[in-house]
Design a protein around this ligand. Structure first.
Ligand SMILES: C[S@@+](CC[C@H](N)C(=O)[O-])C[C@H]1O[C@@H](n2cnc3c(N)ncnc32)[C@H](O)[C@@H]1O
Length: 271
């Protein structure tokens, strides 16, 4: 059994519980957008993302102490470096979000989604395993950045649950122009379901998925190399050809080598 929605907090009228039924799928939160984004908190990470000024970075958990619980809490209370890479990549490549339907899988702080909204996305859907993360981190960050103002046009939905459940719960027409995901390919176990979810939900006309992560997660076994291999293998069974390529490698000499993987039915320019 899985749970979609914040059903446990019954006092909150916006929230509903969905247990194992596609018909009952409801977006947890419907928000809309004001194009004022502020991410100055990113200074703490030593990065600059132009045009973004305000952001809450919670980064819970003590240094050197693991607070991860597999299948329950997998790091969404921290802002991870690959979501910053992803935003920087989209900004430098002048990636177009204008009018696009965007999905972020394993969103945590939702930095890439906020950037997408700021760049004119028409619709945002965000999903994370962890209800607490969505409620206490994702949603406040969306609101801080103007998503939620009733006068604006970017429809925003939050989903709580395993990404593997999303394709069956969304209708067939619910495909996305852009799928974003950062620091979600660490586990060989969930990597395959992430790849399947992307292939099922990406628009096969002009969709692009961007998956950012470390090339290799030491001690965990996943990484972008393994993810590429996994999604290429799955894509062989697709009717529409799917191209998988590396968009950028990030080597700063200080931390693990990181990478942005691009998945698209269109052949994208080589590095
Ligand atoms: C390491 S955190 C990264 C969070 C955020 N993307 C970032 O870069 O700051 C991984 C996130 O993926 C989510 N996640 C992992 N496996 C998932 C799954 N099968 N379904 C939904 N969310 C998942 C976790 O809950 C967590 O928030």
């Amino acid at each position: 059994m899985f749970e979609f929605g914040f059903g446990k907090k019954a006092s909150d009228e916006r929230l509903g519980q969905v247990e194992g039924s596609a018909d009952a799928l409801k977006p947890v939160v419907e928000l809309s957008r004001r194009a004022d984004v502020d991410l100055s908190g990113l200074d703490r990470l030593g990065v600059e993302v132009s045009d973004l000024k305000r952001f809450v970075i919670v980064n819970g958990g003590s240094e050197g102490e693991s607070d991860l619980v597999a299948g329950e809490y997998e790091g969404g209370r921290k802002l991870w470096e690959s979501s910053v890479d992803l935003v920087q990549y989209c900004a430098s490549e002048k990636f177009s979000f204008s009018g696009k339907r965007v999905l972020e899988l394993g969103c945590g702080h939702a930095l890439p989604s906020i950037f997408a909204a700021q760049q004119g996305a028409a619709e945002l859907s965000l999903l994370d395993f962890n209800e607490d993360v969505l409620r206490n981190i994702t949603e406040p960050n969306l609101q801080l950045n103007g998503l939620g103002a009733s006068e604006t046009s970017c429809k925003t939905r939050l989903f709580h649950g395993d990404w593997a459940a999303l394709p069956d719960l969304l209708r067939d027409e619910d495909r996305f122009d852009i799928i974003l995901s950062a620091e979600t390919v660490y586990s060989p176990l969930s990597m395959k379901s992430l790849a399947q979810t992307i292939l099922r939900l990406l628009s096969n006309k002009n969709g692009t998925a961007l998956v950012a992560g470390k090339v290799y997660y030491f001690g965990v076994g996943g990484g972008t190399i393994e993810f590429q291999r996994t999604i290429k293998g799955l894509a062989l069974g697709e009717e529409t050809p799917v191209h998988v390529s590396s968009g950028r490698r990030i080597e700063d000499g200080a931390s693990n080598v990181r990478e942005i993987i691009r998945i698209s039915p269109q052949q994208l320019p080589e590095l």
